[in-house]
Design a protein around this ligand. Structure first.
Ligand SMILES: N[C@@H](Cc1ccc(O)cc1)C(=O)O
Length: 414
């Protein structure tokens, strides 16, 4: 490997926090050969990256620190194959936004990024070779198996669109086209990884290894809901917003299992401290000056867990410490955003604010029985419009006109 670390240091960086590795012998053989291990992690560029992204980012930082070559696949096409989560028109901007965030995040963690490469999915997934391989694959995978492979990743529905079946096949093929040794992802990707192991040899390609990190509880605990703006901490949230959101975080005293705040320390803050120090030493400090006590200084999660169970490390102590550490982690990223007009412009294009709900031109009130009676048109948080295009009346035309001006009319209502 290119790094100055010993083989055992490299292995411990690579394996830290992983739940499972498929075909580890593939990784061992590369490490023994002395060439850098090539790994990719793919992300469908849909919603705004939030603090949960720090978990895979820390792994990527560790891969880079260990001297691996890392490709981040900005899976724009996957972003709309999955239930059109990213509208086709926006997906390009979103991919760029992700690139800014991920680069900045990794720089903030303090690892060298010269072995990091971004690849846009659509840059090769539309090539004749790729498409032909995809078609070949489709002759080897049953509808049932393709569906099952995506069960934990792609939105499930009865009578699912064909795109939900194409999605996992393409993810398998990406391993070949990105010419890596390993695909990294969460354990939710396991069924797709298993399909890749099975299917790539059937179309003449070699199997890859797979590294999986566990699915961890979110920082704020409880149920994450896309419609609740407070349920996720955005990378660009102000310090005050972070404080407010973390105050609401669920962290039951003495309860270690499923504790999102402690988990964030384990998977993000401690490993980041080790990467930043550059000596592999984890450190997390909990201030207690308010109580006139010395700070608690931790060098690993086990001690913290123990103290938390015994209520020495109370939620009232832990939460503010995590809050301030997170704010410090976000600071350089936000400073970079503030200093970059390009990034700011992309952010606006990638995530346009939901269209204002304009009052539909008032029509003479002829009572609600009148066929053109006003229908409420509501802009939804995801940019869709509820109630639009439901009636073919004069008012329907009016509504469409208004929406057209706002540029939010879907194909079906045009
Ligand atoms: N399935 C990944 C995204 C992804 C897409 C394509 C890939 O090749 C790899 C990963 C996710 O859930 O976000």
């Amino acid at each position: 490997m290119a790094s100055k670390l010993s083989t055992s240091e490299v292995k411990s960086l690579l394996n830290s926090h992983l739940e499972e590795v498929l075909n580890p012998e593939i990784i061992d053989a590369v490490l023994e050969s002395g060439r850098p291990l090539e790994i990719y992690w793919g992300t469908a560029t849909t919603g705004r990256p939030h603090c949960a992204y720090f978990v895979p980012m820390v792994k990527i930082a560790q891969f880079l620190q260990a001297g691996c070559k890392v490709k981040v696949l900005l899976a724009d096409i996957h972003g709309f194959l999955d239930n059109l989560k990213a509208p086709i028109e926006l997906v390009e901007y979103r991919a760029q936004y992700y690139k800014y965030v991920i680069t900045s995040l990794l720089k903030a963690v303090g690892v060298p990024i010269d072995h990091l490469q971004f690849v846009l999915g659509s840059s090769y997934q539309k090539s004749p070779e790729y498409i032909m391989d995809l078609l070949k694959m489709s002759t080897q995978v049953s509808e049932h198996d393709a569906k099952r492979a995506g069960a934990e990743v792609v939105k499930q529905s009865e009578n699912a669109p064909l795109s939900a079946l194409i999605y996992p096949l393409m993810q398998c093929l990406d391993e070949q086209y990105l010419s890596v040794d390993v695909q990294f992802g969460g354990t939710d990707q396991r069924k797709i990884f298993a399909l890749a192991k099975d299917i790539l040899p059937k179309i003449g390609y070699r199997q890859r290894a797979h590294m999986m990190n566990p699915m961890v509880p979110g920082l704020q605990g409880g149920k994450m809901s896309a419609s609740d703006p407070d349920s996720k901490i955005d990378i660009l949230d102000t310090a005050d917003a972070v404080r407010k959101k973390l105050k609401k975080a669920v962290a039951a005293p003495k309860e270690v299992e499923g504790n999102g705040v402690l988990t964030f320390v384990e998977y993000v803050l401690l490993p980041v401290s080790a990467l930043k120090e550059g000596q592999g030493k984890e450190k997390f400090v909990v201030e207690r000056s308010r109580d006139g006590l010395e700070p608690l200084v931790y060098t690993g999660i086990e001690q913290m867990r123990e103290d938390y169970r015994n209520d020495v490390l109370t939620p009232q102590l832990l939460k503010p410490a995590v809050t301030e550490a997170l704010i410090t982690l976000l600071e350089p990223i936000q400073a970079e955003f503030q200093a970059s007009p390009e990034w700011q412009a992309i952010e606006k294009q990638a995530y346009p604010p939901p269209p204002e709900v304009k009052k539909v031109k008032k029509v003479k009130n002829k009572g609600s029985g009148y066929p053109g009676a006003a229908k409420k048109v509501e802009a939804q948080p995801d940019g869709s419009v509820e109630g639009a295009g439901e009636q073919e009346t004069d008012l329907g035309t009016n509504v469409r006109e208004t929406l057209k001006k706002l540029d939010i009319v879907g194909e079906a209502t045009k």
